[in-house]
Design a protein around this ligand. Structure first.
Ligand code: ACO
Length: 322
């Protein structure tokens, strides 16, 4: 049994904040674009539901995959910003989608959470325990944003993205490698009492490039592949400079590197599935493509993987704008 990503969906809150909206913090559009690649981000309204946003992303992913909700037996949501401490977002998403008592739980691994959830989902489908697993990354990073701190406030965004992991007859076998290093907790964390994201950005930068490039190389080597075999490379959208530096190290050509950070900013665990949905909408992600994925975040936690896109499954209608 092998598996593929059979569909993707995105959902973004309506409220748009442009770089100029942060001018009172003694920053500028020029600084933000040059240092990060971010032009705008979406923030969820204070009284809005993250589970509802996640539901929309998941519904679009299911429609894109041509999979009926009743055929999903397993839902995993990667998030650190759920509406409640307990229960997790996944339970509410599954209920909102009308699924029939599926397994449903959240994964908390910072920005690396989506890849951890995806790795789990792939193992569940490969083992034959489910034919389709819904994997979502949903974040309201605005809930953890210190709006008085220019060094983090301009970086974060809210959104949800989802993919359907499905059994596939003839797809290339996926391969993922995940890692963590708890010695680095103090460089990037959210304290239980303060509930605001704190990070030492410059120090994280170097670690992020090295870890994502190193693990992508490790995964490619394990699969007997080279960077030239990747049809599209999608890395955690924390900073366009970081993504480009990783791609340069790996020698992935520019036209195979996907960036959507300009319009969504850093959405933590929602970053990869949002990028996949947007890449499909922009038609740079086509059925049969071999994807390279890489993430890095708090902990540190990081990882990389290769997986095919819509390979060996029946064609389904294209996705919808979030
Ligand atoms: N506007 C203007 N100036 C700013 C701003 C801002 N918004 N933010 C910081 N500065 C200033 C700093 O105060 C500093 O001033 P100084 O030289 O007088 O001390 C100067 O700009 C340079 O600061 P650096 O931190 O060196 O800037 P850098 O080019 O490294 O960019 C950034 C900062 C964007 C945070 C970058 O380091 C980065 O992206 N780091 C990695 C972030 C990351 O990957 N996090 C992991 C994931 S976290 C998550 O995903 C939730």
């Amino acid at each position: 049994m092998t598996v593929t990503l059979a569909g993707a969906g995105a959902a973004l809150p309506e409220r748009v904040l442009r770089n100029d909206d942060f001018a009172h913090l003694n920053t500028s559009d020029e600084w933000i674009v040059k240092r990060t690649g971010i032009r705008e981000r979406r923030w969820l309204a204070d009284d809005a539901s993250l589970a509802e946003l996640a539901e929309h992303a998941c519904a679009r992913a299911l429609e894109d995959a041509g999979v009926a909700p009743r055929d999903v037996r397993h839902v995993v949501v990667a998030t650190s910003t759920g509406d409640r401490i307990s229960p997790g977002v996944a339970v509410e998403v599954a209920w909102r989608l009308g699924l029939d008592q599926p397994a449903a739980f959240d994964v908390s691994a910072g920005c690396a959470g989506f890849l951890c959830a995806l790795d789990h989902a792939i193992a569940v489908v490969e083992s034959g325990r489910a034919e389709h697993v819904l994997v979502c990354g949903a974040e309201a990073m605005s809930r953890l944003t210190d709006t008085t701190d220019r060094s983090t406030a301009v970086l974060l965004g809210d959104g949800a993205g989802a993919v359907v992991v499905s059994a596939a007859g003839r797809a290339r076998r996926p391969y993922f490698a995940l890692a963590s290093d708890g010695r680095q907790i103090e460089l990037l964390y959210v304290d239980r009492r303060e509930r605001l994201l704190r990070m030492r950005g410059r120090e994280i930068y170097e670690h992020a490039v090295e870890a994502m490039a190193g693990h992508t190389r490790l995964v490619l080597d394990a699969c007997g592949l080279g960077a030239e075999d990747l049809d599209l490379f999608v890395a955690h959208q924390a900073n366009a400079r970081i993504v480009r530096a990783v791609a340069r190290e790996l020698k992935v050509p520019d036209d195979r590197v996907f960036l959507n950070i300009d319009r969504v900013a850093n959405t933590s665990a929602a970053s990869i599935p949002l990028a996949l949905a947007h890449a499909q909408e922009e038609r740079v992600l086509r059925p049969g493509a071999l994807l390279g994925l890489a993430v890095f975040g708090a902990g540190f936690t990081w990882g990389a993987g290769v997986v095919t896109w819509k390979d060996g499954v029946p064609a389904a209608p294209a996705g919808h704008e979030g």
